[in-house]
Design a protein around this ligand. Sequence first.
Ligand code: ZN
Length: 359
Amino acid sequence: MYRNAKNVGYYMIGKGALRQLGDVLAPRRKAVDGPAIFFLDHFFSTQCLAARLPVEQGDHIIYVDTSHEPTTDSVDAYTAEARAFLAGRTPCALLAFGGGSTMDTCKCVGNLLTNPGKAEDYQGWELVKHPAPYKIAVPTLAGTGSETSRTGIICNEARNIKLGMNSDFTMFDQVLLDPELTASVPRNQFFYTGIDTYMHCFESLAGSYRNVVVDSLAEKAIDLCKQVFLSADMMREDNLEKMMIASYLGGMAAGFVGAVHPISAGLSMILHTPHGLANCYALTVVEDIYPEQYREFMTMLERQGIDLPRGLCQDLTDAQYDGLYEASIVHEKPLSNCLGPDFRNILTRENVIARFKRM
Ligand code: ZN
């Protein structure tokens, strides 16, 4: 069976593109007689971003707390806030300004505005039945690829699993890429987030579930990541744009990951480690699985002067180590993509816990 693959409807890219957001939004306001809801990373609550956005009277701004990754509970709470504000009206658009956490929150709330039930009902594949409202992504951090991917990833604390709402309806309808927005990101954060694209793409290329379109996108995204992270300064102006494009392509290539993301998911579930940082730790302990990428990554870290303090998983309780193992090994699809159906023979409980202890 072949999959019918969807891409993002429209994209606009260029320095200063944010100034054209009002033009992009205008036809939506005409088409649907309802307000727009702006999802902004809470970091912007003290910045002047909202003043630069085409917010009209009657619209609503939701500040998304990104100090933790989105959870089923946080998504349900933002959905309730949006529902209460809308009071039965249909929004003309939902817009997201932030990194993966903010964009994923917007995507998942969108699905829940047109589908009954709670966030956890839609964690999985093809569970969303009705199209979401029109959604626009304006990434202010590049690397997760959320702007182009068909998933919105949320942690389900009760079930100890990090799993996305994978659906064509989860995708954004419009993406606006303005590299100026990433110029003020702290260096460590720029690196941890950007390198996520590199990881998605090499994991996909090293796996067994492949297709030529996805491979081509992944290869180009990796090429751009290397240009950025092996250069003398990853945050040089031309690199900001390259990183945004790498993330955009990487999001489209994000099909099946490998061993890094499951281990990273364990860290996010048990220790609430942010995704990009968790990936970095994960790659440092799978050098036997990805030797070439491990070496390249260490060079990138060093060249950009990024620190990755050791001892992340020292002195945890046995229950926490078990939790780390369980929340990693549960990701059967990516692990068998990477290591084959017998991945449990390699990643035994002892083997996985020993890797965490080395971080
Ligand atoms: Zn990722």
